[in-house]
Design a protein around this ligand. Structure first.
Ligand code: AMP
Length: 221
């Protein structure tokens, strides 16, 4: 799942993974989990996550490789927030090739810059399950409590206006080249992220169905 910070990747990926019945692997989650547990990796990553910089490729790639080797990934995964650099994309290709797997589709959620800042400014996250909320667009049903798991909802420390702006800059410099990388391989599905959560989700599912149908046709021909 590709798109700038604030495009709605987390919200959409969670819904899509439930529909596809595959794990939602968000690369930011293990960093936050390690930080909560005060592990060496967590402390190493903190200097980057706190300022909106990318964690070095080698650390991130090793972490994702470990996650993909777990049993629950056997039927596929929905990756959210990884890859974020060309180097990571190449490493992902290698990891998948080793397992006889490949990328089926790269949904790219496209959103205007002004919308990103508006969305990030109101963003809240569940401390327990990382579900995403928004003060205006997606408030929880009970104030401060996660609808999914009852956990406490908080504002991430990297959701301050300065870090948000920096994360968007980092995205344009280091991650946006992936749009061309996947477009050139005919894997990109562009989705208009300015629509409501429900309509974006419908468009994502339609893009996946289209891939499924073209594969089935390919198999019968
Ligand atoms: P996210 O929850 O996806 O917004 O990620 C939060 C932070 O974790 C980012 O600002 C980065 O510091 C770090 N991070 C997450 N995914 C990656 C990645 N693929 N490569 C490098 N750093 C990452």
């Amino acid at each position: 799942m590709l798109g700038p910070p604030g495009a709605g990747k987390g919200t959409q990926a969670q819904l899509l993974a439930e529909w596809l019945r595959i794990p939602h692997v968000a690369s930011g989650d293990p960093f936050r989990e390690n930080l909560r547990n005060e592990t060496a990796l967590g402390l190493q990553a903190k200097q980057y996550t706190d300022t909106g910089e990318l964690v070095p490729d080698a650390v991130t790639i090793a972490m994702v490789a470990e996650r993909l080797s777990r049993r629950d990934c056997g039927n596929g995964v929905l990756l959210d927030g990884f890859p974020r650099t060309i180097r990571q994309a190449e490493a992902l290709d290698e990891m998948l090739a080793e397992r006889g797997r490949a990328i089926n589709l790269v949904p790219y959620i496209r959103v205007r810059d002004e919308t990103l800042l508006e969305r990030l400014a109101g963003r809240w996250t569940c401390r327990e399950c990382e579900a995403a909320y928004h003060g205006v667009f997606k408030p929880p049903q009970r104030g401060g409590i996660c609808d999914e798991c009852g956990g406490e909802i908080y504002q991430r420390p990297d959701d301050t206006p300065e870090t948000q702006k920096h994360r968007i800059e980092v995205y344009f410099e280091q991650t946006s080249p992936l749009i061309a990388y996947y477009r050139n391989r005919s894997l990109l599905a562009e989705i208009d992220g300015e629509q409501t959560i429900e309509v974006v989700q419908q468009d994502l599912r339609a893009a996946i169905e289209a891939v499924r149908q073209s594969r089935e046709k390919g198999q019968t021909v």
